[in-house]
Design a protein around this ligand. Structure first.
Ligand SMILES: Nc1ncnc2c1ncn2[C@@H]1O[C@H](COP(=O)(O)OP(=O)(O)O)[C@@H](O)[C@H]1O
Ligand SMILES: N[C@@H](CCOP(=O)(O)O)C(=O)O
Length: 291
């Protein structure tokens, strides 16, 4: 049996829609695989009642198919589905790393990213890799036009997850189909600033680049209390705040030592809007780990 711990991820980071992502130290899924004549799946843990065990409907089924690696796949969910924390991607990434080892396929981490992306296509209709890339490679990743770049950033973050569900599929429907040239220029500037901040491990610089005038405002409408949570986190010292992935989680980039205060303000901000939430005090971390 092979066991893999696959981390939650946060995609977009505001200015990098469908391109940027970071791996988070926690929460994480644990994936166990054993060879079998055909693929079967069992799911336990956070939100498992909403996750299909049918291999045609679970992200790990598509990964087993793509690697021609039938197995019994046991998924212990640490990352709740429809969270904006790459729940479906964590399982897909973990399965790709685990099955590659189980069947000795010899694929590199970079080669496993599109394989795990096949799993994402099962749930969101597109093989977007901005969550599976950091879940496999770790750190901060840039997935653009089939190319992958990973930066070993390691900064403190808070991911605050409210008790509401937003499916990635639904949140993609509200994304504007056009943007003004002013918004494009602002987004490019922010994305470049964020990338420089990640390369320097500088939360102030990276946080400055997390704003985006196009996608985030449309998605924030789906998250009750978003503005209050954002303002509270910034007032508590967060260097940048945005919707995590497609939401509803909200991501705050922090300096060393201020995560606790930021986390408290974010949970209180949701409470003020009548929404229960939990905050993960975590940091940008490594990709999927084989035990
Ligand atoms: N292994 C899996 N883990 C989590 N969700 C899965 C998995 N396989 C299929 N799904 C489905 O994917 C959807 C959640 O994915 P998504 O909306 O992208 O959430 P998230 O933003 O947390 O990744 C749910 O409908 C869930 O049933
Ligand atoms: N780029 C995608 C990322 C979705 O991330 P998830 O964690 O919400 O699945 C998007 O923004 O639609």
């Amino acid at each position: 049996m092979i066991t893999v711990r696959a981390p939650a991820t946060s995609a977009n980071l505001g200015s990098g829609f469908d391109v940027f992502g970071v791996a988070l130290d926690r929460p994480a899924d644990v994936i166990r695989v054993e060879k079998a004549p055909r693929t079967t799946i069992s799911v336990t843990g956070a939100g498992s009642q909403y996750i299909p065990e049918d291999p045609d409907k679970n992200t790990v089924g598509a990964v087993a198919e793509a690697l021609d690696a039938p197995a019994h796949i046991d998924i212990d969910k640490g990352v709740r589905p429809a969270s904006g924390l790459g729940s479906s991607a964590a399982s897909a990434a973990g399965a790709a790393v685990a099955l590659n080892a189980l069947y000795d396929r010899g694929l590199s981490r970079e080669e496993l990213v599109p394989v795990a992306g096949e799993g994402e296509a099962v749930v969101s209709g597109e093989a977007h890799v901005d969550n599976v890339a950091p879940a496999i490679l770790g750190g901060f990743t840039i997935a653009s036009g089939g190319d992958l770049t990973a930066v070993r950033a390691r900064m403190p973050v808070v991911a605050c997850l409210p008790e509401i569900a937003v499916s990635t599929r639904d949140a993609r429907r509200v994304v504007p189909t056009q943007a003004s040239i002013e918004d494009v220029v602002e987004t490019v500037g922010n994305a470049a600033t964020l990338t420089a901040g990640m390369c320097r491990n500088d939360p102030k610089l990276a946080g400055k680049g997390m704003d985006d005038p196009v996608v985030t405002p449309a998605r924030a409408e789906l998250i009750t209390g978003y503005e209050t949570v954002r303002e509270g986190a910034l007032a508590a010292g967060a260097t940048g705040v945005t919707v995590s992935g497609a939401g509803p989680a909200v991501l705050a980039l922090c300096r060393e030592g201020n995560r606790r205060k930021v986390a408290r303000e974010m949970v209180e901000g949701f409470a003020d809007a009548g929404v229960e939430a939990r905050a993960y005090q975590t940091r940008i971390g490594p990709g999927a780990e084989l035990f």
